[in-house]
Design a protein around this ligand. Structure first.
Ligand SMILES: [Zn+2]
Length: 74
């Protein structure tokens, strides 16, 4: 099951959510502010099947793309 990335357009909170394909575009409520303007981001992370992006080696914590990540500070 793919992990989709979502971002709340109201408070800019980002989420990773495990969802099936037919649930991917279902509406989602922001757990931080309760806003309904949560948008699915384009990047889809499968459970480390690929590895074409080399961003994991340099910076970031693996769950982020290197910017504004709360868990690694990158
Ligand atoms: Zn929010």
């Amino acid at each position: 099951m793919p992990i989709y990335e979502y971002i709340c357009l109201d408070c800019k909170q980002e989420y990773e959510q495990l969802r099936s394909f037919n649930e991917a575009d279902q509406p989602m409520v922001c757990s931080a502010c309760g806003g309904e303007h949560v948008k699915r981001k384009l990047s889809v992370i499968y459970a480390q099947s690929g590895g074409s992006t080399a961003s994991g080696a340099g910076g970031g914590c693996g769950s982020c793309a290197g910017g504004n990540c709360a868990s690694c500070g990158g």
